[in-house]
Design a protein around this ligand. Sequence first.
Ligand SMILES: N[C@H](CCC[C@H](N)C(=O)O)C(=O)O
Length: 328
Amino acid sequence: MVAQQAVCTSGSRAVPAAVASRQQQRRRVGGMQARRQTARCAASIQFAKYQGLGNDFILVDNRHQAEPVISPEQAIKLCDRNFGIGGDGVIFALPPSDGTDYSMRIFNSDGSEPEMCGNGIRCLARFVADVDGSQPKQHKVHTLAGLIQPNLLADGQVCVDMGEPILKAADVPTTLQPTQGEAVVQQQLEVDGRTWLMTCVSMGNPHAITFGLADGTPIKVAELDLPRIGPMFEHNPVFPARTNTEFVEVLSPGHVRMHVWERGAGRTLACGTGACATVVAGVLEGKTERSCQVDLPGGPLHIEWREADNRIYMTGPAELVFSGSVTV
Ligand SMILES: N[C@H](CCC[C@H](N)C(=O)O)C(=O)O
């Protein structure tokens, strides 16, 4: 995206001399302001494109300053797949906080800022290790969802300690009524003229998971019309912060298939926090084991909701696609 130059084109109609010279003066000043504006705004930014199961991100090493060098509005343009670099979001490595190695922030492709991104933090850990030339090891990352710890494995995969799930309805957040203590499990929700059974889980960001309808009809992911029904869940008033929505088909207690409509990014090929939330929901609903393979359109993630510490561990890939520079 090249910085916009203000281009003034003056009409060819005749005007009185006094007015013409005032107009000429204004044009001169305007031109200088435009050049100054362009000079002030234009900056060439180095980036790298990474993807985790096709959930792709523009990564920026922003550890030299606390504020992201790209604004949410610029992130929208950079994520555009025709007029920009293309991506599901922009992720920043920022200076450390509270004794961590670095911090993470992310802007979705709609410019909104989520608390956390599972595929994204795998990509970020790989990116930082590539930039620093460091060996595989555990990173401590400060995020809006708290401390998250990606571990770069020797086989190239990344295993992330995603912390504990948040189940209290008000903290997801959702206004759906709890059904199991403070948790919303298989609660009914009318969408698109059908009654869905929803389980709500936060991984720092909100997720609404459904395995099927109240009449017992199970999800068949191949039959979903996500572009049509996804926004009906994302913007539903029972989700005050909007929501990511996961549609899950059970293949076996240790193996599910999941398609996702993401808050602020729409249909993506994979969602790491969504896969974690899916396994939590599956266990709460008695449909899956705590250790489960989640098949997404972009590929599989392995998720374990460890009983011993109540923490969720996600293992999957993170790969460099290309790097470059962009003027914003
Ligand atoms: N769109 C999500 C953030 C990205 C999550 C997803 N890409 C992941 O891998 O967890 C939200 O607004 O909560």
